[in-house]
Design a protein around this ligand. Structure first.
Ligand code: NDP
Length: 311
């Protein structure tokens, strides 16, 4: 079995896979092209197009992350090769940490203290009951469900939203367009953990942002395309003329890296992180990758990604 790996820490993956599968040839994408050709499997994250185009005998592609938008939009992606993606694989916990940090940032007024500090302003803000700070989690997949449960266990009322009906203990689960219309006006913070698909692009547009209550905050570790960035800037307003959205913690953007001249960088009530909310943790993800490889070899049916739906 020949596997070619492409990810930032490809050498560590190469070592771990070689150890677990001693009979396999595991190469990184830095190996010479003639050695890479004829691979059975690609295990990749943000692979360059040529890596996909040069293969002729692939039995499967393993996406070493949860979002498959990049892979599915890569030119020359071989047709009819099954694609699987990581499901949770330790990312749920990392994402839950990020989401909890984001909610606490606004709930405990850390944004206001950051704004006060340059003025040496000593002004405590009231802490409301957590029961009065409902949080919305858009996307209840492998990662979103973990986030919703963590926030609920932290004491916040949680409203979740997905495409199909769900049942998660302690979480009020809504779905469909009507569900989103019902959720947005009720939440103080909203977290978006949806995939980038034709159906989710600009989900939070000017109309949806206007449905949020005055003073709501937005946390987006999902995909940049989920939010209309211009509409968000308008909903945030300026310090002279604040809009009804209080602030945002954003990890993902339409264009990454976020261009230096982008107004979001300068907005006083926006916190920007460089797509770091939940990087794939090798130690947790390796077992899932190995089980995918065994299942492919055994001819088992796997939960493959559907290109039409984006995941
Ligand atoms: P899953 O595929 O497991 O779940 C996706 C969820 O989104 C499901 O609940 C699904 O609903 C819901 N959904 C999809 N389309 C729609 C729609 N049109 N309307 C309503 N709900 C919809 O994904 P994961 O939980 O594994 O990951 C979610 C996303 O998080 C990834 O696609 C990626 O973009 C992002 N991510 C970001 C990271 C970062 O570091 N910033 C790291 C990891 C992931 P249903 O179940 O009903 O189909």
């Amino acid at each position: 079995m020949k596997i070619v790996v492409h990810i930032d820490n490809a050498r560590q993956w190469q070592e771990a896979l070689s150890q677990a599968l001693p009979q396999a040839t595991v190469l990184t994408s830095e190996a010479p092209a003639d050695e890479r050709r004829g691979a059975d499997y690609l295990a990749v994250w943000k692979a360059p197009a040529h890596l996909l185009q040069e293969q002729t005998a692939l039995k499967g592609i393993i996406n070493l992350g949860a979002g498959v938008d990049y892979l599915l939009s890569t030119k020359g992606l071989p047709a009819n090769v099954p694609i699987v993606k990581l499901r949770d694989a330790g990312m749920g916990e990392l994402m839950a940490d990020y989401a909890l940090y984001g909610v606490l940032h606004f709930y405990r007024s850390m944004d206001r203290y950051a704004a006060q500090q340059p003025h040496a302003c000593w002004k405590p803000h009231t802490v409301v009951e957590k029961a009065d700070w409902p949080v919305g989690v858009l996307g209840l997949g492998a990662i979103g469900a973990h986030v919703a449960t963590t926030l609920q266990q932290a004491g916040f009322p949680v409203l979740g939203w997905s495409r199909s009906p769900k049942a998660i203990k302690g979480v009020e689960c809504l779905h469909g367009d009507a569900g989103l219309d019902a959720l947005l006006p009720r939440v103080k913070s909203v977290i978006t953990i949806l995939p980038d698909t034709a159906a989710t692009r600009h989900l939070l547009d000017a109309r949806r942002l206007a449905q949020l209550p005055e003073g709501a905050s937005i946390i987006n570790p999902g995909r940049g395309s989920l939010i209309d960035e211009q509409a968000l800037l308008e909903a945030l307003g300026s310090d002279d003329a604040p809009g009804h959205v209080r602030g945002a913690l954003l990890d993902v953007f339409h264009e990454e890296p976020l261009p230096k001249e982008h107004p979001l960088w300068q907005h006083p009530r926006v916190v920007i992180t460089p797509h770091m909310a939940a990087p794939t943790p090798l130690a947790e993800a390796i077992d899932q990758v190995i089980s995918y490889l065994h299942a492919f070899e055994a001819g088992e049916t796997l939960p493959t990604v559907s290109s039409g739906q984006g995941y």
